[in-house]
Design a protein around this ligand. Structure first.
Ligand SMILES: C[S@@+](CC[C@H](N)C(=O)[O-])C[C@H]1O[C@@H](n2cnc3c(N)ncnc32)[C@H](O)[C@@H]1O
Length: 329
């Protein structure tokens, strides 16, 4: 491809990107049975911002639910159109049904199939489109408003030559439900949690337990939010997340819930300890320049000062990261 910016083989050359991300630590190459994928060239520590990208294509919103992908594609300059058309596409049966497929010209079909195999929100990214899926991913993605880019961080240490994966689906559910969500990408997941082996089935048992605990909490909330039983459930869920390797945003949310539960029950020391964990997870999932990380650090500072003070503690004294007008229900 003539334009180096869209030459996937040139990722190893930092070319001014080193301050924003560490894409020189990865390479895109063939996998066994999953098409292209992203692999580490060397050991990558947890919390590394591997990619920070602006969209290659942003679909035009027609209404809150409808987007016009073709118009967005037509407006791209030719090098970007060529880069876009080199991405992997998959046309699911639902996509075909919803788009009068037979009457569409080949180019329109290709543009749509690529969009639906690769979009995050309304965006399609150039490098990030090569991340394959795992139900236990080692990469977390999030939009960072400070740098106005989608970021992809390692959520654990990654070994040299290991594949880097994200999760395409909401992962705290059982194998069959995850696979049902994945069908639209047209593959059968064979990640460590989806293998019908003793190890795979052990992870699956833990994920099933996690899904059950989450359901229990959802059924109990919000009335019994600040109960000892619910706090215990958060603790069990965090332990299960650690043992399965689900150590991204779900773990952060679990710590936040545990911190709130402790605070509402009046235990400022425990609220502070849970918040410390929450801040740690957001640090490696989002990076310290993310506004959410900075807000959580602010909560931790308030909790530390409340823990030191002799004044009686009430959770409404803390300005939590969630924006309640008068505290939680
Ligand atoms: C966003 S793309 C990922 C990169 C893609 N492999 C490529 O060659 O460009 C999504 C497509 O990758 C493949 N894929 C992703 N994760 C997979 C997995 N865990 N197992 C098998 N195929 C997978 C599927 O074909 C899917 O439609």
């Amino acid at each position: 491809m003539a334009n180096c910016e869209y030459d996937i083989a040139k990722l190893s050359s930092p070319s001014g990107h080193t301050l924003l991300d560490a894409r020189h630590l990865i390479e895109v190459r063939e996998t066994l049975g999953k098409g292209l994928g992203i692999f580490s060239r060397e050991k990558i520590p947890r919390g590394t911002r591997i990619v920070a990208e602006s969209p290659l294509l942003k679909a035009t919103a027609v209404s809150s639910h409808v987007v016009n992908v073709q118009a967005a594609f037509n407006n791209l300059p030719p090098p970007k159109q060529r880069a876009y058309l080199s991405l992997h596409g998959h046309a699911s049966e639902t996509l075909k049904k919803e788009n009068d497929w037979e009457s569409l010209p080949d180019l329109n079909r290709r543009v749509l199939a690529i969009y639906f195999a690769n979009h995050w929100g309304r965006d399609v990214f150039w490098i990030a489109s090569r991340f394959n899926h795992s139900c236990i991913p080692n990469i977390h993605n999030a939009y960072n408003p400070t740098i106005q880019k989608e970021t992809f961080h390692s959520i654990r240490d990654i070994e040299p030559d290991e594949e880097l994966t994200v999760s395409y689906v909401s992962g705290m559910c059982v194998r069959a439900e995850r696979q049902a969500q994945l069908n639209k990408w047209g593959f059968q997941c064979k990640c460590p949690a989806c293998q019908d082996t003793p190890d795979g089935n052990k992870i699956e048992q833990q994920l099933t337990r996690l899904a059950m605990l989450r359901q229990e909490l959802e059924m109990a909330a919000p009335v019994s939010l600040p109960s000892k039983k619910n706090l215990d459930t958060h603790r069990k869920m965090a332990a299960l997340m650690h043992s399965t390797g689900l150590v991204g945003k779900y773990l952060n949310n679990c710590y936040l819930d545990a911190a709130l539960c402790s605070a509402i029950m009046g235990n400022v020391q425990m609220a502070m300890l849970w918040t410390e964990k929450e801040v740690e997870v957001d640090g490696y999932c989002l990076g310290q320049d993310h506004p959410d990380y900075q807000k959580e650090v602010g909560v931790l500072r308030q909790l530390r000062s409340a823990a030191k003070s002799k004044k009686p503690f009430h959770y409404t004294h803390i300005k939590w990261v969630l924006d309640w007008d008068e505290g939680p229900d």
